[in-house]
Ligand binder design. Structure first.
Ligand code: XMP
Length: 305
């Protein structure tokens, strides 16, 4: 990408040509990629576009409210409350790939319903360059957008940011005047907090992960990590008050990276780590332990599943 302003102008023109008079639809995740794709498409075709945000119950703290506010200018925005349906579909499932699969399927079902209702013929997606590379290499199934075209019969797929890296998408977000919170957002996995709890996805584990992620983002923002989060990785014994408890182990991870394909664990000072530990053990009565992950990618991935 040479220049963000020129990119926007060309992308808007291209979207108009590709979509024509059809109705279009985009899945809005709250992340920077789909936000930028949606804003470009909305600028190009206005209310011919229906942006759909599915609240899976696996989103970051404040995400749904944030999306509602940020995209209030889009009259056609749809917010679907699917939390119960996602937790029901995930009950009893522990295998990481199966979790991703179930979430993908449920997501498609939710999205398909709106696509039918609005008679959408074109699908707009926020796929970026590294997504395409990783999907081709089949490193991990990228559920969030990958399955849609096969299931819903669209006449065309429009991917306005397909050739951009994450840092370029952020530049475009700024150019589009999207709130700084969107432009500076850390990347967040499509399957959401489901890949930040190892094993079965339950409302309690997800709630612990959500609150702990919020603490980590808050505490480490000034260290400018590429991505920082927490995950519920198991259970261990701890002492709370006068009682021994068998509570959650929360792992804290903070990495530096350009595009997520490789990453370095960030060196964080002891005082900050202790503050994080103290806040996270306070978020829920069942948190027994907090650990810091020092592994680079490779050999580890950034996320836990
Ligand atoms: P991993 O864990 O594979 O993650 O090292 C690399 C980057 O990709 C994000 N990630 C995803 N993003 N859908 C996405 O859109 C997904 O299914 C997904 N899984 C991982 C991860 O947060 C990191 O930034």
């Amino acid at each position: 990408m040479v220049n963000a302003a020129e990119f926007v102008e060309e992308a808007v023109e291209e979207i108009r040509e590709e979509v024509g008079d059809d109705n279009a639809i985009i899945a809005l995740s709250g992340g920077v990629d789909s936000s930028v794709a949606a804003a470009l498409a909305y600028e190009a075709i206005g209310d011919q576009l229906t942006p759909v945000y599915v609240d899976t119950g696996l989103m970051r703290k404040g995400e749904t409210e944030g999306v509602r506010e940020t995209f209030a200018f889009m009259e056609s925005l749809r917010i679907v409350d699917a939390r119960d349906r996602f937790f029901d579909a995930l009950a009893g499932i522990t295998d990481p790939e199966e979790k991703r699969h179930v979430i993908g399927e449920q997501f498609i079902r939710e999205f398909e319903t709106v696509a039918r209702e609005t008679d959408a013929k074109q699908l707009v997606q926020g796929t970026i360059y590294p997504d395409r590379i990783e999907s081709e290499g089949n490193i991990k199934s990228h559920h969030n957008v990958g399955g849609l075209p096969e299931v819903v019969d669209f006449d065309g797929i429009v991917e306005p940011v397909r050739d951009l890296y994450k840092d370029e998408v952020r530049e475009v977000a700024r150019e589009l005047g999207l709130e700084e919170v969107v432009a500076e957002r850390m990347p967040f996995p499509g399957p959401g907090l489901a890949v930040r709890v190892i094993g079965e996805v339950t409302p309690e584990k997800v709630e612990v992960a959500r609150e702990a992620c919020h603490v980590v983002e808050d505490e480490l923002e000034e260290h400018e990590p590429w991505q920082a989060f927490a995950a519920v990785i198991g259970k261990a014994t701890g002492v709370k008050g006068d009682n021994r408890v068998h509570g959650w182990v929360v792992a804290v991870r903070s990495v530096e990276s350009r595009d997520g394909m490789t990453a370095r664990a960030q060196e964080i000072d002891w005082e900050t780590l202790q503050r994080i530990q103290s806040r996270i053990t306070g978020v829920h009565e069942n948190v027994a332990r907090v650990v810091y992950d020092v592994t680079h990618k490779p050999p580890a991935t950034i996320e836990y599943e």
